[in-house]
Design a protein around this ligand. Structure first.
Ligand code: AHM
Ligand code: MG
Length: 350
């Protein structure tokens, strides 16, 4: 039987008539760096493979006997879901023995994760949030994996905490996987942001969203407005401005999933701002909820690469020097004018 190549190509989302798998794309990008050794390329492949394995598990979560809490709490005192542990282990196991990494750190572990002594060491550092938005797992809402890759700073021996606590502006690559109505991997190595959609029937990621730019006209603002009473005056007034209450700007629609990857992804493609501000809801934790190294820095890197911005309200996220692995910071991320406005309100009222 003759295969209609043209229709096969358009079906899998080629943008130039070429079939562009994630492998081909990453290799093409690598070729533009004559000194590249291929190590980063291979780390990205391993993450893509982890994404496929995690996707196959998450889409069957309701069927397999894996749904629900594992009955433990993580270092932040949150209930750990079984799928979190699974995703955490998959990413670790695919990367521990390759000789590409000096050290890893995961949102699910209190300290750094050393490379086991019997495996070789490499020069890169991998930080990851294996399954972000995990409270959404048992209600079938989109969740995601976030990753950040740095070059090690220390020389020789095993990687250290210092290697993991680097400024976001020194990221070599960052990205996320969204497990939604389809599975997508979105990443940047500092040459724009590119999105790949998984064809589950053949288990391959294809380039579907080359060179993503945040649309100039934003549509959405995304925040947990249930916590408004705990916000500062600046954040309250900023939110009213987003709602168009002062009549100087058109109102934006509110969309909030409660899953950072999904909220960020929607705003990346549609334009808008996501924020998780500092609040006074928990007096012991007044710096916002999201973690700098696992969540905010990689998303800030992607936002800037897509023509957007990210701030704590007073400081560019990518300029922040992390002081602890699980440090939390406020974040406002999205279209530059919306992020700038957040800083203005905070400067004036807080
Ligand atoms: P997690 O990493 O423990 O899943 O928590 C992070 C999640 C984000 O995905 C999401 O944006 C936020 O927590 C939602 O928090 P809230 O329920 O307070 O709005
Ligand atoms: Mg998270």
């Amino acid at each position: 039987m003759a295969i209609n190549v043209d229709s096969a190509v358009s079906e899998i989302g080629s943008y130039t008539g070429k079939i562009v798998t994630i492998e081909r794309f990453i290799l093409d990008q690598q070729r533009s760096y004559p000194d590249a050794t291929g190590t980063l390329t291979n780390i990205l492949y391993d993450i893509a493979l982890a994404a496929k394995i995690i996707a196959s598990k998450t889409t069957r979560a309701g069927l397999a006997d894996i749904l629900g809490s594992a009955g433990k709490e993580n270092v932040q005192g949150e209930v750990v879901q079984k799928l979190d542990e699974y995703a955490d282990q998959i990413i670790f196991k695919l990367n521990d023995h390759t000789g590409r990494l000096a050290v890893m750190a995961s949102e699910e572990h209190e300290g750094i994760i050393p490379i086991p002594a019997h495996f070789p060491l490499g020069s890169y550092v991998l930080l990851y949030d294996p399954l972000d938005g995990s409270s959404n797992i048992d209600v079938n809402v989109s969740i995601g994996t976030i990753f950040a890759i740095y070059k090690r700073k220390t020389e020789g021996g095993r990687g250290t905490l210092e290697d993991c606590l680097q400024k976001g502006r020194d990221l070599i690559a960052a990205g996320y996987v969204i497990y939604g109505s389809s599975t997508m991997l979105v990443y940047s190595t500092g040459q724009g942001v590119h999105g790949f959609t998984l064809d589950p029937t053949i288990g391959e990621f294809f380039l579907s969203h080359p060179n993503i730019r945040i649309p100039a006209t934003p549509k959405f603002y995304s925040v947990n407005q249930g916590y408004e009473q705990f916000w500062s005056e600046g954040v309250k007034r900023y939110t009213e401005w987003l709602q168009g209450k002062d009549k100087t700007a058109k109102p934006l629609s509110l969309r909030y999933i409660g899953s950072l990857v999904a909220d960020f992804h929607r705003n990346l493609l549609s334009g808008g701002v996501y924020y998780y501000p500092a609040d006074s809801k928990d007096p012991t934790q007044t710096t916002g909820k999201l973690r700098l190294v696992y969540e905010c820095a990689p998303m800030a890197f992607l936002a800037e690469q897509a023509g957007g911005a990210a701030t704590t309200g007073t400081e560019r996220i990518l300029d922040m020097q992390p002081t602890a692995l699980h440090q939390r910071v406020p974040i406002f991320v999205g279209n530059i004018p919306l992020v700038t406005k957040a800083k203005e309100f905070i400067r004036e009222f807080d």
